[in-house]
Design a protein around this ligand. Structure first.
Ligand SMILES: [Zn+2]
Length: 554
């Protein structure tokens, strides 16, 4: 028996195998796991050449996998005027001011990541920006990327005035006199955004590596990039290919190629070509992302019954189906027939139903297959549609961090959904009970990509104390929909690995799989569940090679 290059001993190894086996030691050879068991079981694999990592009771888990994330734009943001880590209007203004001062050469102030609940009605005013940057163009998307905060210079440059009509796919916020007030939603934001200078390929490369560095620091070893495009301002497709070829891409990445909703079936051939050319190193572009609706806070998420207004009266707003539901069935059937996985953005109950209907149409036309289509976000699922996930073998791709009472939920969502619909939000336990496959992801840079924070909320349905957007409301959010720690960890490892078609080589700690692993600083099962978010990752490995070590941890 040859010696292991790396061995973990004296730990609490949570394997996430089918039997949820526990162990204390793991040995790694040539990047693969060769032994899992007690310290005695791996002792004869260890000699003077083996690097032995004493876990001292800490937890070893399979590397986390994020099933819906935007690491390249998130990384680019981190290198621009980044507002994600702040949570007040004053804080944002100060950050923009100091960024503008530090970069006098930049004609455009780009970046973003502000939170809607900081501003009255969720819509910041151009005046705040005009006061600090009157002479240069400012455009800052919010943290979910569905709205943008702009200054007067930006509106002027794009020719957006009181006379500009709202677009079919987006709205211009206005003062009472009709003058644009400084917030643009969805397609309306593109009036300015489309004119912004595009990041250079070097910027995008740098953003990818910054995003990867950050995700590795949180124990993440693989992900599905939820928007991969080329020939656009954020050509992350090419960046992934470059990083895959050079070896800079240490994470395993499935790319979801962007479905252009302004076009139809004629783009399918292009997607096939992108998939063919879209493999390098640990990267493969094998999924297609279809964004079927928007978000609740701007009434662009597609609902079955109309939204309410602030006084509880029924409005005529039912949100937007970005793709006509009948056309969607045809597109999904075509993609499915060509072997693509479809990754839906399906946030509210009508979009969820339309997406499931499309999968059902594909199944009927093409028969069963193993493409593992999945629906991300699932903020509102009509109870009738919950069992359809298992029936259609559609995976529920959950972003659990949002399933808590916080400002955006309490002030901008619940009142506008009304009874009983607000209770259909994030029905994770119902989905699990119905037999649905569950994967998890963050949607970073919309919100924190820290799996431990996300698992904390999945288990507790309360925002962790560390959570930036918590508003102090510690009431459990729909307690029946809590899921347990084991189920949550499984969703973030095997569940997401399944979506990524990586479950045969990663997602659990089993002999023969890649040694993609994370060391958590404590055994989560040995601590109260309301302390999960206090844990942190000490080290992350891909194929046994460290890609992150926390300073001060060994
Ligand atoms: Zn997303």
């Amino acid at each position: 028996m040859s010696a292991a290059e790396l061995a973990f001993v004296n730990g609490s190894v949570y394997t996430v195998d089918a039997a949820r086996t526990r162990a204390s030691a793991v040995a790694v050879e040539d990047g693969r796991i060769v032994a899992v068991g007690s310290d005695d079981d791996v002792r004869d694999r260890i000699d003077g050449t083996t690097e032995v990592l004493d876990l001292r009771g800490r937890m070893l888990v399979p590397g986390f996998q994020d099933a819906h994330v935007h690491p390249v734009s998130g990384g680019v943001d981190r290198l621009q005027c980044d507002l994600h880590d702040l949570h007040s209007a004053d804080g944002y203004v100060e950050a923009v001011r100091s960024y503008a001062e530090a970069h006098p050469e930049r004609e455009w102030i780009l970046g973003g990541g502000w939170s809607m609940d900081v501003f009255p009605g969720g819509t910041p005013s151009k005046d705040l920006l005009d006061a600090i940057v009157p002479d240069r163009i400012v455009i800052l998307p919010n943290r979910d990327g569905h709205s943008a905060w702009v200054n007067s210079r930006a509106l002027e440059m794009a020719g957006v005035t009181a006379a500009t009509l709202d677009k079919a796919d987006g709205r211009i916020e206005r003062d009472p006199d009709g003058e644009p007030s400084g917030t643009l939603h969805e397609g309306a934001a593109n009036l300015v955004g489309d004119l912004a200078p595009v990041p250079t390929p070097a910027d995008v490369d740098e953003g990818l590596l910054e995003g990867q560095r950050y995700l590795h620091s949180l124990g993440i070893t693989a992900w599905q990039d939820a928007i991969v495009t080329t020939g656009t301002s954020m050509d992350n497709y090419s960046a992934y290919l470059r990083a895959g070829e050079s070896g800079d891409l240490t994470a395993r990445v499935v790319g979801a190629l962007w479905w252009d909703r302004d076009r139809g079936a004629e783009q399918v051939d292009e997607l096939v070509a992108l998939r063919e050319g879209g493999r390098a190193g640990r990267f493969a572009a094998t999924s297609v992302k279809i964004m079927q609706d928007g978000v609740c806070e701007t009434f662009t998420a597609a609902v079955l019954e109309p939204y309410l207004d602030a006084d509880g009266n029924i409005t005529d707003e039912r949100g937007i189906s970005f793709v006509d539901p009948e056309a969607l069935k045809g597109f999904v059937t075509a993609l499915d027939g060509l072997g693509f996985q479809v990754h839906f953005h399906a946030l509210a109950e009508r979009a969820v139903r339309e997406s499931l209907d499309a999968i059902e149409a594909a199944l009927r036309a093409n028969g069963p297959n193993d493409h593992r289509h999945h629906l991300a976000h699932l903020q509102i699922v009509h109870p009738d549609d919950v069992p359809r996930f298992r029936q259609l073998r559609a995976v529920a791709n959950a972003q659990p961090l949002w399933a808590a009472h916080e400002g955006q939920m309490d002030d901008l969502t619940i009142p506008f959904l009304g009874e009983p619909r607000w209770r259909w939000q994030y029905p994770f336990a119902s989905l699990v009970r119905s037999g649905a496959g569950l994967a998890m992801g963050s949607d970073w840079s919309v919100s924190s990509p820290d799996p431990l924070e996300e698992i904390h909320v999945a288990v507790n349905r309360v925002a962790p104390p560390t959570y930036l957007y918590g508003n102090g409301n510690s009431e459990v959010f729909l307690p029946d929909e809590r899921i347990d720690l084991a189920t949550s960890i499984a969703a973030f490892t095997m569940g997401s690995a399944y979506v990524n078609h990586l479950d045969d080589v990663t997602g659990s700690i089993e002999v023969g799989k890649f040694a993609d692993l994370a060391v958590v600083d404590r055994d989560l099962f040995a601590h109260p569940v309301d302390e999960i978010a206090n844990a942190q990752v000490d080290a992350t490995f891909v194929e046994g090679v460290p890609v992150y070590r926390r300073v001060g941890a060994d």
